[in-house]
Design a protein around this ligand. Structure first.
Ligand code: GDP
Ligand code: MN
Length: 383
C-alpha cells in the first residue's frame, strides 16, 4: 500500500525530516489560495500513485497568481498514466543546487534491509540505477541492531556527498530507516533530497510504501489509505464493479487468466520472453461470456495495452464454454482493437480450440507459444 506524497511528507516531517511548507488543494481556487498563502514561487504537484510525475507534466513551478491558476487548471482533472488527478500539493518551491537520492528497502537477494544514497538524485535515478549502478552507494543493515550512526556516515561518504551537508544527510537517512522499521515500510524514499545554496537539506519528494500484511498494526497509515482512495484509477473502479482481482502494471501486454497462480505464471512468462505485463487480471472461476466480455473491456480500455493473452485453464468451467464466451465477446466489436492470443488447457480444451473463431483471435496450443506470440504482437505495435 502506497501513501500519497502529501501523506508520506506528513509522516517524514513528524519524524523530524525537513520538508517544504505545503498545502493540499482539490480545486483551482483552493490551489490559488494556498499559493498566495505560501508565497511564490511554489510547485503545484499532482497527488496520484505514479512515479515520474515530473516528466509526465504533473508538476509545475509557478511564479504568480495567474500561473498558479493556469497550473491548477492544467493539472487538476488531467490523466496521469491512467489516474485522474483530483488533488494537488501546493508547495513552497525549493531553490536547489543539487538533488540527492536516499532510500531504504528490503534487499531480498541478501535477506537484509539496505540503505542507499546517491548524489545523482532527481527524475533520472532509474536510469542511473541501470546505467551506472555504482553511482548509488549501498549499506546493508542488520535489523536486530538497526542502523548504526557509523553506517549512515559510511554510506553517505561512499556516495560522495559534500562534507558540508554529510552529517545532515546521514541523520535524515537514519530517521528514514527508523521510520521504515517502526512503520512496517516496504520502500521509503526521498528523491530528490534537495540541497540549497546555503547547505540546507530538504525532502522535496517523499515515497512511503507500507507492507500490506502489517497494516493491521499501523492504524494511522491504514486510515491514510482510506483517505487517499480518491485517486483510484478508472480501471480500478471498473475492476471493483466487475468483481475482478486486478492490478495495473507498467507494460503493454494485457493478461487475462483464471486463477491467481495461473495469471502470475503468465506474467512471469511475458517477462521471460522479453515483454512487459500491462496488468494482473484474474477473472476467477466460471468464466462465462459476460465475464470474459468484461475482462476484455478492461484490457481494451487500458491505453497502454498493445496485445492481449488469454490463459485459461478449464476445470469446472469447460474449455468449450470459455471459447464460446470469447467468441461472443469479440463478435460485439466491428474491429478488434488489439490482437488477442488464446491458450486453453484443462477440461474440453480441444473442443474449445475448435470452437474459437480464428478470424477474431490467434490460437496457440502451448502457453509458451501463446505468450511469445502476444509479446511479438506488442513489439510490432511499439515499432
Ligand atoms: P516525481 O517526478 O513524481 O518523482 O516528482 P518529484 O517531486 O520528485 O519532482 C520531480 C522534479 O521536479 C524534481 O526532481 C525537481 O527537479 C522538480 N521539482 C519538484 N519540486 C521542486 C521545487 O520545489 N523546486 C524546484 N526548483 N524544482 C522542483
Ligand atoms: Mn521524485
Amino acid at each position: 500500500m502506497r501513501l500519497h506524497e502529501y501523506q508520506a511528507k506528513q509522516v517524514f516531517s513528524d519524524a523530524g525530516i525537513p520538508t517544504p511548507a505545503s498545502e493540499l488543494a482539490g480545486t483551482v481556487d483552493e490551489t490559488v489560495a494556498a499559493a498566495e498563502k505560501i508565497g511564490y514561487p511554489v510547485a503545484v504537484k499532482a497527488q496520484v500513485h505514479v512515479g515520474g510525475r515530473g516528466k509526465a507534466g504533473g508538476i509545475k513551478l509557478v511564479e504568480d497568481k495567474e500561473e498558479a491558476r493556469e497550473a491548477a487548471e492544467d493539472i487538476l482533472g488531467m490523466d496521469l498514466k491512467g489516474y485522474t488527478v483530483e488533488r494537488v500539493l501546493v508547495e513552497e518551491a525549493v531553490d536547489f543546487v543539487n538533488e540527492l537520492y536516499v532510500g531504504v528497502t528490503m534487499d531480498r537477494g541478501e535477506g537484509e534491509p539496505v540503505a542507499m544514497v546517491s548524489t545523482r538524485g532527481g527524475v533520472n535515478i532509474e536510469e542511473v540505477a541501470e546505467e551506472d549502478p555504482d553511482a548509488i552507494a549501498r549499506e546493508h543493515i542488520d535489523p536486530a541492531f538497526g542502523m548504526h550512526p557509523y553506517q549512515a556516515r559510511k554510506v553517505v561518504y561512499d556516495a560522495g556527498v559534500d562534507r558540508a551537508i554529510a552529517n545532515d544527510v546521514a541523520s535524515i537517512l537514519r530517521t528514514l530507516y527508523q521510520l521504515w522499521d517502526d512503520r512496517d515500510g516496504a520502500d521509503a524514499e526521498i528523491n530528490p533530497l534537495m540541497v540549497t545554496g546555503d547547505d540546507e537539506v530538504i525532502a522535496a519528494d517523499a515515497v512511503f510504501n507500507v507492507d500490506e500484511d502489517a497494516l493491521f498494526r499501523q492504524p494511522e497509515l491504514a486510515e491514510m489509505e482510506e483517505e487517499g482512495e480518491f485517486a483510484e484509477s478508472e480501471l480500478e473502479r471498473k475492476a471493483d464493479e466487475y468483481g475482478f482481482d486486478y492490478v495495473r502494471l507498467s507494460g503493454n501486454v494485457g493478461i487475462i487468466g483464471n486463477g491467481a497462480g495461473l495469471v502470475m505464471t503468465t506474467l512471469d512468462l511475458v517477462d521471460h520472453y522479453g515483454g512487459t505485463p500491462a496488468n494482473f487480471l484474474d477473472v476467477g472461476g466460471g468464466a462465462k461470456a459476460d465475464r470474459i466480455a468484461n475482462a476484455l473491456d478492461m484490457v481494451f480500455s487500458d491505453e497502454n495495452v498493445d496485445s492481449v493473452v488469454f490463459n485459461i485453464f478449464g476445470g469446472i468451467t469447460r474449455g468449450d464454454e470459455v471459447a464460446k464466451g470469447i467468441n461472443q465477446a469479440l463478435e460485439q466489436f466491428d474491429e478488434i482493437p488489439k490482437p488477442v492470443v488464446v491458450r486453453l488447457a484443462g477440461t474440453n480444451w480441444e473442443e474449445g480450440m475448435e470452437i474459437l473463431n480464428e478470424d477474431l483471435v490467434t490460437v496457440e496450443k502451448t502457453l509458451e507459444d501463446a505468450v511469445q506470440r502476444a509479446v511479438e504482437y506488442a513489439e510490432e505495435v511499439e515499432a
